[in-house]
Design a protein around this ligand. Structure first.
Ligand SMILES: [Zn+2]
Length: 360
């Protein structure tokens, strides 16, 4: 499941000019490559993207008449990608999957460009992204906290957008781990007895702040007015985005868990009881326990793993996973310090280990 994120950039005039320049250079490079490919082919040569790229770097970029290609502030990685893109277009054509590549025209759109960092991970998150050479750019929406090696920036109807693939957080081991206990948390999404922790997406906190602000603004508007309607639409949009971020994180976690483990034990939390504690209600609602377990249930069927629900009164948090001693563990206490064997470990980790033991 490879997802991608696309969102609008928040650019000032100078930044818009810079983006247009990049798109222009990407288009020029692609078209130069296509024209050169065609003329070489006519003369009986068999061109390829690497050959063209090398020639371009050594003989075209160095042409003083084309010095704008190497202007200060222009990310040179975009021309690399233009050749990759051209090579792909030819590959698709050769395989009969697409028509012969066309020249890129500047008609409806200023176009796009892609920065490929060559395997070097660039971190993303919140409302800013640091692009190589170009530097910081801002987005309107909060982005999920992740990293990527490839960005595409494109223009449509006067707006600029950034998109990048959302890669899986964990590599998939080929052999299934026999058994795992899953502790669903408040501080984190889930903790596994194997030591893997699925964090809550941090982008959500920002969205929640935004939501609170937008709701406050809504209450200041005159009901039924145009401004009220507009603000109401903003609130709906933010709500949707917040739940999308949560759902995305939950899907990633439940897929990884059910795909990579033969047997899964998950607690049957007394969610209702926890919800009645007002301080926790928000956080628990957020952690979407019901949805998490629902997904685990159907995905374990899909991936052929077995799922077991622990009894709601099984004291997974209060029992020492090392010696079995049972002690009181108020929710605020994050570390399990065993009063009997003196072992000390993370509360959720201890609970996950106890859940795993139910299988043995
Ligand atoms: Zn102990």
């Amino acid at each position: 499941m490879l997802l991608s994120v696309k969102t609008q950039l928040k650019l000032n005039f100078k930044e818009r000019v810079l983006m247009s320049k990049h798109a222009g250079i990407a288009r020029f490079t692609y078209n130069w490559g296509l024209a050169t490919w065609q003329s070489l082919y006519k003369d009986g040569y068999k061109p390829n993207q690497r050959l063209l790229r090398t020639f371009f770097n050594n003989h075209v970029k160095t042409n003083p008449d084309l010095s704008w290609l190497k202007e200060k502030g222009i990310c040179q990685k975009i021309t690399e990608f233009a050749f990759e893109n051209l090579g792909d277009a030819y590959q698709r054509f050769f395989k009969g999957l697409a028509n012969y590549p066309n020249f890129k025209k500047r008609s409806k759109s200023l176009g796009s460009f892609t920065i490929n960092s060559g395997g070097k991970a660039i971190s993303v998150g919140g409302t800013r992204v640091k692009l190589p050479t170009i530097g910081w750019v801002r987005t309107y929406e909060g982005l999920p906290h992740t990293s990527t090696t490839k960005f595409t920036i494109s223009e449509r109807a006067g707006n600029w957008y950034i998109s990048f693939p959302l890669e899986q957080e964990l590599p998939k081991p080929s052999v299934k781990v026999a058994a795992v206990g899953v502790d669903l948390g408040i501080k984190v999404l889930a903790t596994l007895s194997t030591g893997v922790v699925f964090d809550n997406p941090k982008a959500r906190d920002k969205m929640k702040k935004k939501l609170a602000k937008q709701s406050r603004q809504l209450s200041n508007k005159v009901r039924g007015s145009k401004r009220y309607l507009k603000q109401k639409l903003r609130v709906t949009k933010t709500h949707k985005r917040t739940s999308d971020i949560r759902l995305d994180a939950t899907h990633k976690a439940t897929t990884t868990i059910s795909k990579n483990h033969a047997k899964i034990v998950v607690e049957s939390l007394n969610v209702k009881g926890m919800m009645s504690n007002h301080k926790l209600a928000g956080a628990v609602g957020d952690a979407n326990f019901y949805e998490f377990r629902r997904q685990l249930e159907y995905k374990s069927k899909k991936f052929g793993s077995e799922i077991v629900f622990a009894h709601p009164f099984y004291p997974s948090s209060k029992t020492c996973s090392s010696c079995g001693h049972v002690q009181d563990m108020p929710l605020a206490v994050r570390i399990f310090d065993c009063q009997s064997c003196k072992i000390s470990l993370d509360r959720d980790q201890n609970a996950a280990k106890n859940l795993e033991k139910l299988l043995v």
